[in-house]
Design a protein around this ligand. Sequence first.
Ligand code: 6CS
Length: 316
Amino acid sequence: DTWRYAFEEAMDEVQGIFAQKFKEEVEANSDHTVQLFPFGTLGESADIMEQAQSGILQFVDQSPGFTGALIPEAQVFFVPYLLPQDEEQLATFFQESKAINEMFPPLYEEQGLELLTMFPEGEVMMTTQEPVESPEDLNEVKFRVMTNPLLVESYQAFGATPTPLPWGEVYGGLQTGIIQGQENPAFFIESTKMYEVTDYITRAGHNNFTTAVMANLEFYEGLPEEEQTMIQDAIDVAFDHIIEYQDGLTEESLEKIKEAKPSITITELTEEQRQPFMETADEVEQEFLEIGGDQAEAILEQMKADLEAVASGSGS
Ligand code: 6CS
């Protein structure tokens, strides 16, 4: 069969590299073909999710940044300073977390989706027209966020005026001044040339971009067990590949940005400067407990336990 797999990025961006590895593995280990649909071929993130739920697509990559309305618990990824910045710890967390591997799958199932994996895409950085050293500097800044209610709350707590928009409207929005800021990992700021329409890149260390790969549930459940195993194995190979691929990617991307636009200012906030941003975490966490669905509390607790286990090196 030909299986259709759509994602939110270009072929040579992180989600595309993951998808290509998955395709390669599936095609090497079965008679199936995987047809890849990068961003822009089938619509925005919300569109490809609908197509996967209805079975037009067999596979989809949608980031929790867009899944909040469908699965409120997926908003947990937008509690600031919850995830560690250490990439090795982060990778182990995604592999071993009970919250990710045991608690999230049933929630995706309720939406007609088999959750295959979640993986990190890099430290999220703010891009703006003016310097950002404190929450006051975000005052009155129309800051684009993904369409996720908790991410809106989090930027409100940071002092900005959050503006939820689909990805396709971001470059143009920055260019015309409808928005003056946005956040994304360095590789994406570089590959999409967002640095052209921004003057400052600020590293507040508040988050790491998480994405998720799913299959249409009916399709997946209809497969013989050995094919499900083949898919899971392909996902595991692609996971390892994407972690390795991202080794050093953030710094390389920042170097490329500096080369392409020498006038850009890239600032890593000091611990002291981060403090007021960090202080918003409790408030956003409380909000998550209110709007994060029935499992919000259980997921948050489990995630914290999983993160602690990884940080102390004991696994979970
Ligand atoms: O900001 C966004 O909407 C996009 N950012 C990334 C890194 N991937 C896909 C997503 O659509």
